[in-house]
Design a protein around this ligand. Structure first.
Ligand code: SIN
Length: 270
């Protein structure tokens, strides 16, 4: 297995055959690399769904989707995924699982069909973004808590929902989380993204400035990697130390990604 850093603060290319990866022999090394680098790219691996599931299981516990599926189709095509409309939320920076106490550890995405326009995936390293803040800024953020809601994330792509739609989104949860996640490892990362609605106890304008300003910082060039997909690429990202988003693509673009997820191992903690 050969590994090459993509940028100093995010991303690593991993060159290895399917057989080597499926053997699980590098699983411990890959898990450590994922935590350190945020995003691992395995170019043109062309895993079948079964291979993707088997590889996922070498890295941890596979997390089933809401309806119990093992793999999930990420596409805007409603014939392929009836919940495609919700996926438009993926066009904005987010962390998966902010409605729960323990978010998923990681997602694995395999490129089955590409879009001619759009459909790249952006990632940013929220550990590095925190680490590079000044000590004064870190002290200001320490102890702040943020209210997250699913409906806030949906307003990004549908800002004028009907009341019925808004209530449907509201039924899908909200949560209060620390702004700075103190991980069991001792490292700290920022918890931001489109579900982050307001900083608890702060004036709305100050809260919006803080959350948007930090997102702007965290997604800035040093901490950001944008993956332009080739067919068969596999990308894994550490959902606990990154945010991600897809660049917009249309329902008829043909883009189809197959996803598996790794069960969370660490609750959000202050
Ligand atoms: C996601 O948010 O998990 C989707 C990313 C993508 O489709 O590129």
């Amino acid at each position: 297995m050969q590994v090459t850093d993509i940028k100093p603060d995010i991303g690593t290319w991993v060159e290895a055959s399917k057989e080597v990866l499926l053997s699980g022999g590098h699983a411990t090394e890959l898990r450590a690399l994922l935590e350190q680098r945020g995003v691992l790219v395995f170019p043109e691996l062309h895993f079948t769904n079964e291979e993707l599931v088997a590889f996922t299981q070498t890295l941890g516990t596979l997390a089933p989707e809401i309806r119990g599926e093992i793999t999930y189709k990420i596409t805007m095509d409603e014939k392929e995924n009836a919940r495609a409309d919700y996926l438009k939320g993926a066009f904005y920076w987010h962390i998966d699982g902010t409605m729960s106490k323990m978010p998923i550890l990681a997602s694995l995405l395999s490129a089955e069909a590409l879009s001619k326009e759009g459909g790249d995936t952006g990632f940013c390293n929220t550990y590095a973004a925190y680490d590079h803040l000044s000590e004064e800024r870190k002290a200001e953020l320490d102890g702040l808590r943020v209210h997250h809601s699913f409906w806030n994330s949906q307003l990004y792509h549908q800002p004028e929902p009907t009341l019925a739609k808004l209530e449907e989104w509201m039924s899908l949860g909200s949560n209060e989380l620390p702004l700075v996640w103190k991980h069991a490892s001792g490292r700290k990362s920022l918890v931001l993204g489109s579900t982050a609605q307001y900083v608890v106890g702060m004036e709305p304008q100050d809260s919006a400035k803080l959350l948007h300003g930090l997102r702007d910082w965290a997604t800035g060039e040093p901490f950001h990697y944008r993956h332009k997909w080739s067919l068969g690429d596999l990308v894994i990202w550490d959902n606990t130390g990154t945010m991600h988003r897809a660049t917009p693509y249309t329902a008829d673009s043909g883009r189809m990604m197959i996803r598996t997820k790794l069960e969370g191992e660490e609750p959000f903690a202050a």
